[in-house]
Design a protein around this ligand. Sequence first.
Ligand code: MG
Length: 354
Amino acid sequence: MKKLNVNSDRSYEILIDRGILNHCGEYIRPLMRGNKAMIISDTNVFPIYGGIVKSSLEAQGVEVYSHIFPAGEGSKSLSSISKMYSDLADSGFSRKDIIIALGGGVTGDMAGFAAATYQRGIDFVQIPTSLLAQVDSSVGAKTGVDISQGKNLVGAFWQPSAVLIDPDTLNTLSPHFFSDGMAEVIKYGCIKSKELFARLERENAADIIDEIIYDCVVIKRDVVQRDEHEAGERMLLNFGHTLGHSIEKAYSYTGITHGEAVGIGMVMMTNASESAGITQAGTAQRISSLLKKYSLPCCDSTPLKTITDGAFGDKKASGDSLNVVLIDKIGSSFTKKLRKDELYSFIKGGCKND
Ligand code: MG
């Protein structure tokens, strides 16, 4: 088992181990102040893993409830959260009880937000079952939901009591969703680790996924620990995301995954910074080749103007300018402030779209 400690407002552990799901109760029980646990999961994940988690908790004497919602980003709404609150209240949950988020990014974001707000905050444990959630969304305490104006516009920073990562759950993930997570893995290499990037080029990630997850979680842990509320360094994690979010929005969040859009965003941004002489020549090509290796696209036909205009609707944009994340070479990143008109011409400089 690999164990990582996260020091924040509230310290907690991230445990990575194959099969940890089967005995998750042993780790969760000592963290509990009450006796009730609500497993929040979706219609895809609960039928596969819900029973295992429930039995393991029950074996420790925990009173287990479950709340299952329809799988998909479409469920990530305040009305779904409202149903969770009702279930928690109807089941007599108090501030001492605990929520278990069992599933991918959508589940973690929503269950975390319900935990952050129900009775002004109750404990929760993350059990991420997708690669994206294991390397990214389960670490860093961001929780939230979408509203019609945009993704993740309502939320809270809320630390889990623990994160339990079982790489075996990736065996039931479709190749498409494995690729989705690989885009974030490649991002970590781009912004912080040339060794990780080179390893992804040299080896097949699926064969060494335990080590890859660990490396990514260490990078994310270190960044968020230094910048819990996204005032500075944490912005680097948004590499590829400024344009990526805008591309997802142009697709109305259907027909393209988050990872696919982020991959395209990384390549567009790096083509631009290479053309501007900021980034070592050949870097965008290396990123493109690696994305292709993991079955991810590296370009898109959405008009450039739509992408750059859309980027200013992102919650990370402040007024007329926004901070974009650039890399000067693989493993080394920084932010640069650009005005609205500058973003378009900057990206245009390296762009084959339009
Ligand atoms: Mg992301």
